[in-house]
Design a binder for this molecule. Structure first.
Ligand code: UGA
Length: 477
């Protein structure tokens, strides 16, 4: 059992603190936000993550987990985990000022030979730069990189049952000390140098994002040649060299990590003289998905006075209330700018979404959001949307367009019910009149055409990663 501190009780920090306490360590978590701190002391986490509230309460009761607003609380700790945000700067690079501030704040309190463990996702070289700070050198304090690979929605599980634990250290002793903290976890420990650990974190996220963007590009080809991208994904995913995960086509990736990390990796590369055409394409392909969905919806409602689009799902993925980087919000923002009335439902994320986009008409009931709508966008594949009574929906709508942004619905069924159904690269697209996939009013903008324009008739941008429609504008960091 070790005495640990975790700085930051955000998404990563809180999961780390609670799980390290669960592993048998005594953990003090430093959180400077007072209202967050008060909630945590009462066992109320500020974020919604399955199993986390229960775990925090259990460890608080047990006395293994404590919270404080004072950096002096780290004084007794043998290891101090830094888990503070590294948001995107204007130019896409990661802003490490919170990390620096945290380290500077704990320096007066830290005891000699403590190990500082960097959990935050930081640009390559940051761990070494921290280690070279004179006060840390003088106190023989080592700084180690220990990136996280937690997914929102399964973060507690991912922490306690990881695929691997990565430790980037410049001394075998520091690596071994950090490794011992995880000794009760059954997972390979991968000890490498600090820079490889830092780069591995970015590479993992960028590669997962790349798989999705790649399949999204394939979805346009599938639409153009009347193939089904879901079947293509299933087939290629059965190849053990490829595997089935992260091949689902649709609106693309969002969240607090992929967009930020793809940009930050490119920024690190560029500042080190490396070109990143693949990362650029990964990012742009993702933006095109949103632009394309927005265009499909606008085409469907363009001639209607006072057009209404209803969006089902606002969270960036199901089972979270997080709307950061959510495709739904980016599309909603664009539709609003085009004069469309946007209604939206989400089982969990209404409050967070309304803080970012107050002009959307939010509804706590999916059917009320859909009532009288001209078109629907399914943006997040929440379980409950599979079970909607689509006959009722069809009767209550003014129009009949459904854009299935997650390839989640039964397109054949919806077409039979009279909907004009659009998905991303599935052969079930229809105009709702029983005609083929590329006939009817949508003929001029089949999904397959989307990779070469930005969906608004504008040419693709050439100046780095800034989007023609800045969908990142709706992201709440
Ligand atoms: C991601 C990584 O999966 C974690 O390993 C990592 O630790 C985390 O970022 C982070 O850096 O903190 P997360 O952001 O929770 O986790 O979300 P994912 O489950 O990876 O999904 C990312 C996005 O990709 C979602 O918007 C999802 O809808 C989309 N996605 C995923 C697809 O569009 N298609 C797929 O096939 C899979």
């Amino acid at each position: 059992m070790a005495q640990l501190a975790v700085v930051g009780a955000g998404y990563v920090g809180l999961v780390t603190a609670a799980c390290l306490a669960k592993l048998g360590h005594r953990v003090i978590c430093v959180e400077v936000d007072e209202s967050r701190l008060n909630g945590l002391a009462a066992g109320e986490p500020p974020i919604s993550e399955p199993g986390l509230a229960e775990l925090v309460r259990e460890q608080l009761r047990h006395g293994s987990l404590r919270f404080t607003g004072d950096y002096a609380g780290v004084a007794e700790s043998e290891f101090i985990f830094i888990a503070v945000p590294t948001p995107s700067r204007e130019d896409g690079s990661a802003d490490t000022s919170h990390v620096l501030h945290a380290v500077n704040s704990l320096i007066p309190h830290v005891r000699p030979a403590t190990v500082i463990v960097v959990k935050s996702t930081v640009p390559v070289g940051t761990t070494d730069r921290l280690a070279a700070m004179p006060p840390l050198l003088e106190a023989r304090i080592e700084v180690v990189s220990n990136p996280e690979f937690l997914r929102q929605g399964t973060a507690v599980h991912d922490f306690l049952q990881p695929d691997r634990v990565v430790i980037g250290a410049s001394s075998p002793d520091a690596a071994a000390r950090v490794a011992r903290l995880y000794s009760s976890i059954e997972a390979p420990i991968v000890a490498v140098d600090t820079r490889s650990a830092e780069l591995a974190k970015y590479t993992a996220n960028a590669l997962l994002a790349a798989r999705v963007s790649f399949m999204n590009e394939i979805s346009h080809i599938a639409a153009a040649v009347d193939a089904n991208v879901d079947d293509v994904a299933r087939i290629v995913g059965m190849d053990r060299r490829i595997g089935p995960a992260f091949l689902r086509a649709g609106l693309g990736w969002g969240g607090s990590c992929f967009p930020k990390d793809v940009l930050a990796l490119a920024a690190v590369a560029n500042s080190n003289g490396c070109r990143t055409p693949i990362l650029q394409a990964v990012y742009e392909t993702n933006e095109l998905q949103r632009e394309h969905a927005a265009k499909l919806l606008l085409d469907a409602v363009r001639t209607i006075p006072g057009p209404i689009v209803a969006i089902l799902g606002l969270a960036f993925k199901p089972n979270t209330d997080d709307v950061r980087g959510s495709p739904a919000l980016g599309i909603a923002q664009h539709l609003l700018a085009e004069g469309v009335i946007v209604r939206a439902h989400d089982p969990f994320a209404l409050v967070n979404a309304s803080r970012v986009l107050p002009d959307v008409e939010y509804s706590e009931d999916a059917y009320s959001a859909l009532d009288g709508a001209d078109a629907i966008l399914l943006a997040t594949e929440w379980e409950e949307y599979y079970d909607l009574d689509w006959i009722l929906v069809r009767e209550s709508m003014r129009g009949k367009t459904v854009v299935d942004g997650r390839n989640a619905l039964n397109g054949v069924l919806l077409t039979d019910l009279g909907f004009r159904y659009w998905s991303f690269g599935r052969a079930t697209q229809s105009n709702g009149n029983g005609t083929g996939p590329h006939e009817g009013p949508m003929d001029s903008s089949p999904l397959g055409g989307a990779t070469h324009t930005n969906g608004n008739g504008a040419v693709p941008r050439e100046d780095g990663f800034a989007s023609a429609l800045d969908f990142r504008g709706a992201v709440a960091e």
